[in-house]
Structure formats: C-alpha cells, structure tokens
Design a binder for this molecule. Structure first.
Ligand code: NAD
Length: 502
C-alpha cells in the first residue's frame, strides 16, 4: 500500500534571501532546491552574484574595522552567544524539520544536530570569558604579556551533510573571539543558515558581523577564499575543494583551516562481543546514510570472526528501515542529492568491476514509499583488496568494505593504508592492545570500543589529507585568534647601542 509522506509543519514556500550587513536582500539569480525524500522541487532560494559577494565581504570588513563587535568585552559577546543558543533551542523543532526537508536526514538525527548547534554557541560563550592571556618572566626592566586577538574577517565555507552544525562549528568560535564572518552554506542545503540569520536579527547581533551568501562553490565560495579583504578562510568539504581553497588563500596568505574527508577504519578483534561490534559497525557507516566525514567506511575484522561478522552485519543491514526523514519509523534517509546518489551508485559499480563481493544492498530503492527520492540500500562489500578504489576513495554514502586481518600488526597496517587520517576506532577487550593500536593509528580522532562520539569540548580534525588544523574545543577558539606579544619597558633609559654619534 502506498504511504504518503508525513506533511511538514514548517513552511518552505517563502522567500529565502541573502543576509548582508544585517539586511535580507535578493541575489543575482535563483536556484530551485529539491527535496531528497521524493525528488520533487522544494523551494527557491536567492543566489549571489559577484556584487553580493563583494558587498558581504565589505560589510564584514567594515563591521570588523569600525563596528562594535570586536571592541565589546568578552562578557558582552558571550551574552550574545548565549542568546543565540537559546533562540536556536526555542526554534529547534522548525530548524530540525527544515534540515530534514532540505538534506534528507531522519528527523531524529536533525534534532540531535540542532541541539548540538545550540550547545556549540553555548560552549564558546562560556569559553571566551575564561582567562587566556599569559605573562612571561623576561629580564627586568621589561615585562611581556601574550594576548590573543581576533583575526579579522573570516570566510567560512561549509558542506551539506551537517548544514547548521558545520556552520556553528565555525561561527561560534569566530564570533566568540570577536571576528566578523562571511558564511557560505552548501548550495544544496542553505535553508537553516538563512533561518539562523533571521534569528540573529531577532537577538540584535550588530549588522555586518555575520553575512550569509548562497550559491555554488566556484562562483561564490572561491571569491571569498581569494579576497584580500578576508583574513582567514575556514573550510569543511572535500579534499579536492580543500586544495583549491588553499591555493586561493595564497592571494594574501590568509590563515587557513581545512576539515576534509575521510576513509576511517574500524578495527574489530575477535575477543570483542560480536553482536555489539556489529551494532557499532552499523552506526559507524549508516548514520546519516554514510554521509559523515568520519564514517566508519572500512571495517577491518580479525580473520577468525570475519565470516560471522559479515553475515551478521548483512542480516542487520537488510533490516534497516530506509525511508523519508520525516516518517517516524525511518532509520536511514535518502542521500542529499541526485548527483551524490549517482556518485555512490557509480562506486558500487566500480566495486563490482574491481572484483569485490557485493554481500547486500547496492541498489537504488524504488517504489511507492520512495517516489523519485535518492535512496540507496545499505551496502556491504567483502573480499576486497587494499588497492581497490572502493577501499581507498571516500564514497560518502551507505557503502562499507570489510577487510580481513591475521595479526595486530596487519590490522594497523591496513588501517593506516590511506591518504586520509580523520578518525579510527578499535574494538577489543584487551586494554593494552587498545592502547598499542590507537598509538599507531594515523588519525586525529580515535575511539576505543566506541564510534562517532563527538564533543564540542574536544578537538576535531585530521592527519594527512584529512585537513589542516583543528576545530572545536579550546583549539577551535585558538584557530580564530592571532597571538600578540606585548613587551613593555618599565625603565626607558637610552639604549646606548650607538654611543659614538655625538
Ligand atoms: P565540496 O568540497 O564539494 O563542497 C563543500 C563546500 O565547498 C560547498 O559549500 C561548496 O559550494 C564549496 N565549494 C565547492 N567548490 C568550491 C570552490 N572552488 N571554491 C570555494 N568553495 C567551493 O564537499 P561536499 O560534497 O559539500 O561535502 C562532502 C565532503 O565534505 C566530504 O569529502 C566530507 O568528508 C567532507 N566533510 C568533512 C568534515 C570534517 O569535519 N572533516 C565534515 C563534513 C564533511
């Protein structure tokens, strides 16, 4: 029997404009967004042309050079960030629904994201009022203190998998430190960012402190990365785009933070409870339909339990309830867009051609429930070789490869055999082994007997081609500051360096 989609409560059929210098303005063109749950048009949004991008950068520049925001006390800025957190919480239901409609993820995931978004603002509101300066005991009569100052105008370019949360990871520390921002959301998922702009207006954030321009990467993102009026660029997205951003940033050697992709391993030893390991494996790869930078996309499983692991994982993967994000019993939603779905399907074909064994899934889901939406069934490949493209490249969809190891040494070798180094996990009851393995993993985020635990308080970022720098925690705040040394001579008598000049 055909199931109808749950009717959204939120109204998307309205104007979605750019946010520049505290005003909502039209763009140079419009884009029609598509609902990934049914493939139908969702709404239209304004997109920026060169003029609007320039205006947004100039507004942020003026707000930084002349406006009140960088000159406020940390406490005043903290109070504003607390207000932002509160108003996000107040509107959480609407924001979650918008995130689901726009990006496809199940509502329960969107609800977590929005709660995390509010908490990110709250965390940096708290952090910025804590002492950060230091003094250094230099020889008298000098005294030296080291202070942190905002960098200036920050360009912030974010992807579509966690639209508002990724924006918060950048906006919250940048604002806390006293910077001003030009945010560019993904062209696929701009709705919650614009809604956030409306909330920022409601809490009276000074004009020009946050500007939001919509549009595609090369036309709207790249000019921000290239602009000499921008002092820092923070980017989350693919390695390919990250390299373009790094090149563009050379124009004025602006500061750069890159949070890029991953192909993260989850190592499972035979001493660990098999059913629990499989449960974590499902969470590691199929959460947000695998569209997670830290997704556990490579299972590395000890030989003695390999067959059982694959069989049990397949059995449970088949039972995952795939469907529209707004339906209550949905456990996994569609992919974000048609191009992303096609990309994932292409990888599945590549895997088959490379000779990997397709255990389950591997197809687009069709039928009444799915309409023309972008659904792919949870997919598992076994019998893979390290050289295969599906083992090396980031697929960013519900596709996992299961590799086999005989020794601890081989497990580590397989895990580190990647250009990426974002995350990695090890599952074992042996604490010594867990420590030994984690110590050898070339990854910025590691878990023991856990997966996907992400804390605003802890650093996020990767080794190797997974990026430059760290977000979140104290590290995330530091990345939005310049360090200034202030040396004061308490007894300014003539220095006497050139004595014979009379
Ligand atoms: P993407 O690189 O295609 O796009 C990311 C953003 O960059 C978008 O806003 C896009 O419009 C913009 N962009 C594209 N080309 C640009 C250019 N030439 N100049 C400036 N901006 C440009 O990535 P995506 O497909 O949106 O997101 C998926 C990728 O993001 C995956 O690789 C994933 O691993 C990564 N990601 C990483 C993290 C992390 O924290 N490490 C988090 C989420 C996603």
């Amino acid at each position: 029997m055909a199931q109808t989609l749950t009717a959204p409560k939120v109204k998307v059929d309205r104007k979605w404009q750019l946010f520049i210098d505290g005003k909502f303005v039209d763009g140079a063109s419009e884009r029609t967004l598509v609902n990934p749950a049914d493939g139908k048009p969702l709404t239209k949004v304004a997109e920026a042309g060169p003029k609007q991008v320039e205006a947004a950068i100039k507004a942020a520049r003026t707000a930084f050079d002349k406006g009140p925001w960088p000159r406020m006390s940390a406490l005043e800025r903290a109070n504003m960030l607390f207000k932002i957190a509160d108003i996000i919480d107040k509107n959480a239901e609407e924001l979650s629904e918008l995130e689901t409609l726009n990006g496809g993820k199940p509502l329960r995931e969107a609800q977590y994201d929005i709660a995390d978004t509010a908490n990110c603002f709250r965390y940096y509101a708290g952090l910025i009022t804590k002492p950060t300066g230091t003094t250094v005991d230099v020889p008298a009569p000098s005294v030296t203190s080291i202070v942190r100052e905002p960098i200036g105008v920050c360009g912030q370019i974010v992807p579509w998998n966690y639209p508002l949360l990724m924006a918060a990871w950048k906006l919250a520390p940048a604002l806390a430190a006293g910077n001003t921002c030009v945010l560019k959301p993904s062209e696929y998922t701009p709705l919650t960012a614009i809604r956030l702009a409306e909330l920022l207006k409601e809490v009276d954030l000074p004009d020009g402190v946050v500007n939001i321009v919509l549009g595609d990467g090369p036309k709207v993102g790249q000019p921000i990365a290239e602009s000499k009026l921008v002092d820092k660029i923070a980017f989350t997205g693919s390695v390919k785009t990250g390299k373009i951003i790094a090149q563009a940033a050379l124009s004025n050697l602006k500061k750069v933070t890159l949070e890029l992709g991953g192909k993260s391993p989850m190592i499972v030893f035979s001493d660990f409870d098999l059913d629990t390991a499989v449960d974590y494996a499902l969470f590691a790869i199929y959460c947000n339909s695998g569209q997670v930078c830290s997704a556990g996309s490579r299972m590395i499983v000890e030989e003695s339990i390999y067959d059982d692991f694959v069989a049990k994982m397949a059995e449970r993967a088949k039972k995952i309830r795939v469907g529209p994000g707004l339906e209550e019993d949905t456990e996994m939603g569609p992919l974000v867009s048609e191009p992303q779905m096609k990309r994932v399907l292409e990888y599945i074909e590549i895997g088959k051609k490379e000779g990997a064994k397709l255990i389950t899934g591997g197809e687009r889901l069709k039928g009444d429930k799915y309409g023309n939406g972008f659904y792919i069934s949870p997919t598992i490949f076994s019998n893979v070789k390290p050289s295969m493209r599906i083992v090396q490249e980031e697929i960013f969809g519900p596709v996992v490869v299961v590799q086999k190891f005989k020794s601890e040494e081989e497990a580590v070798e397989l895990a580190n055999d990647s250009d990426y180094g974002l995350a990695g996990a090890v599952f074992t009851k042996d604490i010594t082994r867990a420590h030994k393995v984690v110590k050898q993993l070339k990854a910025g985020i590691t878990w023991v007997n856990a997966y996907h635990n992400t804390y605003t308080e802890c650093p996020w970022g990767g080794y190797k081609q997974s990026g430059w720098g760290r977000e979140l925690g104290t590290f995330g705040l530091e990345a939005y500051t310049e360090i200034k040394q202030v040396n004061i001579n308490l007894d300014p008598i003539p220095v006497g360096w050139f004595e014979n000049q009379e």
